[in-house]
Design a protein around this ligand. Structure first.
Ligand code: NDP
Length: 284
């Protein structure tokens, strides 16, 4: 089998489980079409027991890369040839890139967030409050650490993953970090520049409220939310009512797609086309 020739396509996969109708397919394929790229992005149902065979299959079929979502983000690592810097620190991969004959694992979740944040502010040297300690929080915290932030306060409802993340930030990224285990409304300390919700609070619920004391939000703070559906979460609305600049989760999702396309194809895709395709696919 050959993938040479104009009429055949370069292939990118998306390995997920239970993600029929994956909206990123529409977003990535819209970018390919817009830029005249003869590439295809194909959603594939892969069960955990078949992950190794699926990666070997992608390798044998000459796929140029693939995304993987839960539950494969950690389990895929032993099947790859190497990891990018941030993926190695996070211990999680959501984007695999073929470089020569090697499959290299990257993580574009945090990179997508940083790209969205960069449109509003430079996090270097800043103090951050990050709600959450799951996969999204870990990805964002590591990229913020690599970007040279001064301090990250992790606020989480339970201790174990929060403590693990703080330990990673202090020992591997050498930034100041502390954990606040909180079940009540948390008051954002003065001097905080960026407040981020990286919990799942707000997903599919426009009225769900993050446990933060609204009066502690100051107008010079940037407030970001990883939740992309709905786009205008309660946190984003509340932050805007306090005069804060905001970054929504949809732009993070678009930008992780942008970075994946840059990794795979070398093309810098049009974000407007991608955001529209994603909004259409999600009926937003
Ligand atoms: P995880 O399950 O790994 O982590 C969820 C986090 O939310 C944990 O910190 C958890 O706390 C906290 N949490 C969940 N429910 C509650 C609650 N009721 N009250 C307080 N805290 C709660 O999920 P991910 O990190 O993978 O994803 C988090 C969100 O980010 C999801 O909604 C996902 O859709 C979104 N996301 C968005 C992306 C984007 O591009 N916009 C990319 C990736 C994810 P605890 O540790 O105590 O369980």
């Amino acid at each position: 089998m050959s993938n040479q020739g104009n009429f055949l396509h370069e292939l990118i996969g998306s390995m997920s489980q239970g993600a029929a109708g994956n909206p990123t397919v529409a977003m990535v394929e819209a970018a390919f079409a817009h830029h005249g790229l003869h590439w295809r992005y194909i959603n594939m149902e892969v069960t955990p027991e078949n992950l190794g065979d699926a990666v070997r299959g992608a390798r044998a079929l000459g796929f140029r890369g693939f995304n993987c979502s839960l539950p494969h983000k950690v389990a895929v690592i032993p099947h790859l040839d190497g990891l990018g810097e941030s993926a190695a620190l996070m211990g999680a991969v959501n984007c695999v890139v073929r470089r020569g004959e090697q499959l290299i694992g990257e993580n574009t979740d945090g990179k997508g967030f940083l790209k969205s944040l960069a449109a509003v502010t430079d996090p270097k040297g800043k103090s951050i409050v990050l709600f959450g300690a799951g996969g999204a929080a870990r990805a964002i915290a590591v990229e913020l650490g690599l970007a040279g932030v001064k301090r990250i306060t992790i606020v989480n409802r339970t201790e174990p993953r929060g403590a693990e993340l703080v330990e990673l930030l202090c020992s591997k990224l050498h930034i100041e970090s502390e954990l606040v285990v909180s079940h009540e409304d948390y008051a954002i300390p003065e001097g905080t520049a960026i407040v981020i919700n990286a919990t799942s609070i707000g997903l599919y619920d426009a009225n769900a409220r993050l446990g933060l004391e609204l009066s502690s939000l100051q107008s010079d703070m940037v407030v970001a939310d990883v939740i992309f559906n709905p786009v205008n979460t309660r946190l984003i609305r509340d932050a805007e009512s306090r005069g804060c600049r905001t970054v929504d989760g949809l732009s993070m999702l678009v930008n992780q797609g942008v970075i994946g396309i840059q990794f795979w194809t070398g093309v810098d895709p049009d974000t407007t086309v991608m955001r529209k395709a994603l909004k259409d696919a999600l009926s937003l």
